[in-house]
Design a protein. Structure first.
Length: 109
């Protein structure tokens, strides 16, 4: 399978799509064939989701785990369909951490 590189146009396009869906607290970073959606200050980044390019118009979703690794999901399809999944099936993935300070890892137990 050929490898693709996510470029700045895809990064910008995904950011515009997220903003249009009300996810203005997020930013997008391209890394190889990945588009990583994160938020928070750059020195203490909160990873939300990453999109892995599988073909010209096909993406898969990966979610961060508590062990700072990424878990694959069964979701695969065009970017708009993946955004629909995030919005309707797993909406907590893109939730702003600032809305719930208890949800951060820095909170003492």
């Amino acid at each position: 399978m050929p490898k693709f590189k996510a470029d700045w146009m895809q990064e910008l396009s995904l950011k515009q799509l997220l903003d249009a869906r009300g996810q203005t607290h997020t930013r997008v970073r391209a890394h190889g064939d990945l588009l990583i959606v994160e938020s928070g200050p750059k020195e203490d980044t909160v990873p939300h989701v990453r999109f892995r390019r599988q073909g010209v118009h096909i993406w898969t979703l990966e979610l961060p785990s508590h062990t700072e690794r990424w878990n694959k999901t069964p979701y695969r399809g065009p970017m708009e369909a993946m955004l629909d999944v995030l919005e309707h099936e797993i909406p907590w993935v893109l939730a702003a951490i600032d809305d719930d300070p208890q949800a951060t890892s820095g909170t003492p137990y």
